[in-house]
Design a protein around this ligand. Structure first.
Ligand code: AMP
Ligand code: MN
Ligand code: MN
Ligand code: MN
Length: 286
């Protein structure tokens, strides 16, 4: 059985490990095929590829794009992308510029609530100064003693209605899917169970995503409760979408580790079906 994990983060976005350490850790955990999917940036992929060659595992170039759909944030994972494709590269660059401005507005809002210099603090936590996210603010808030841990930082700050939360317009669903496809990749809706959507809205999202050229949804992910796997496996089937598996690993001491999730339900059509990277692995083992 191949161990395939198609969603994780390095310190290029809001993970804590360098890309090469993410890959080495995956290999040590028995992962055969790993996709690095940093938020809105592909800057870790070259280093990850070198490490994957060394470790003898297959690396799938990936990205997780932040999107606003019907005034909600959803995440679209791109798999087997070409990180050098201009439309994708420029699109991601624009999102990162937006992140910088958003971070300053978040900081201003925290200042209004008596917490100053948050921008500088969060920026210190971001290894990649172009990719500042809420997680970097959360880590700084913990360091400053405003929250016990990252989880409670997200509970008391940074989320709708709480200090440090600002509305933000990410890119469109259409753009994200188009850039991924233009670069030769496959678009996968990340952790559909994490969005606060009614059944009707979820179906609308899956319909819209599919008609724009989206091809898969995450079924087995660290963001889903095991009880939800069946529901999303069935939805994938009903909407003609393939199924993906990924830990959404960010750091060793939090959430599910690389390659440790259960397999996809047997009736799922996996996103990796027919990928040359998988065929090549079989070629090497025989
Ligand atoms: P951003 O894209 O800057 O809005 O940050 C989103 C990231 O914050 C997600 O990818 C998670 O890594 C993290 N995150 C969101 N909600 C929570 C939460 N409740 N607890 C811990 N981390 C969270
Ligand atoms: Mn994240
Ligand atoms: Mn996500
Ligand atoms: Mn993620």
């Amino acid at each position: 059985m191949l161990n395939i994990d198609l969603h994780c983060h390095s310190h290029v976005s809001d993970g804590v490990l360098p890309p090469s350490d993410v890959v080495t850790r995956a290999a040590a955990n028995g992962v055969h095929v790993l996709a690095l999917t940093d938020h809105d940036d592909v800057a870790g992929l070259a280093e990850a590829q070198l490490a994957a060659d060394q470790a003898g595992i297959a690396l799938i170039p990936g990205v997780e794009i932040s999107v606003t759909w019907q005034r909600r944030t959803v995440h679209i994972v791109g798999l087997r992308i070409d990180p050098l494709h201009p439309a994708l590269a420029y699109g991601l660059h624009d999102i990162r510029v937006g992140r910088g401005l958003r971070a300053q507005r978040m900081s201003e809002d925290l200042a209004r609530h008596g917490i100053s210099n948050a921008y500088e603090g969060a920026r210190d936590y971001a290894v990649n100064k172009q990719m500042i996210g809420r997680t970097h603010f959360a880590r700084w808030l913990v360091e400053q003693g405003h929250a016990r841990d990252v989880r409670s930082a997200f509970k008391h700050f940074l989320t709708a209605g709480k200090p440090g939360y600002v509305e933000h317009e990410w890119t469109t669903l259409d753009n994200a899917v188009s850039w991924i496809r233009a670069s030769g990749g496959m678009a996968v809706l990340a952790h559909p169970g994490r969005y606060d959507l009614s059944t009707r809205q979820l179906h609308l999202l899956l319909d819209a995503f599919r008609s724009l050229g989206g091809e898969g949804i995450e079924v087995v992910t660290g963001s889903h409760h095991p009880d939800e796997y069946g529901k999303f496996a069935n939805l994938a089937r009903a909407f003609g979408l393939k199924a993906s598996r990924g830990a959404d690993f960010h750091r060793p001491d939090e959430g599910i580790d690389l390659g440790r999730l259960p397999a996809l339900p047997h009736y799922c059509k996996p996103v990796w079906q027919g990928w040359p990277e998988i065929e090549n692995l079989f070629a090497h083992t025989h």
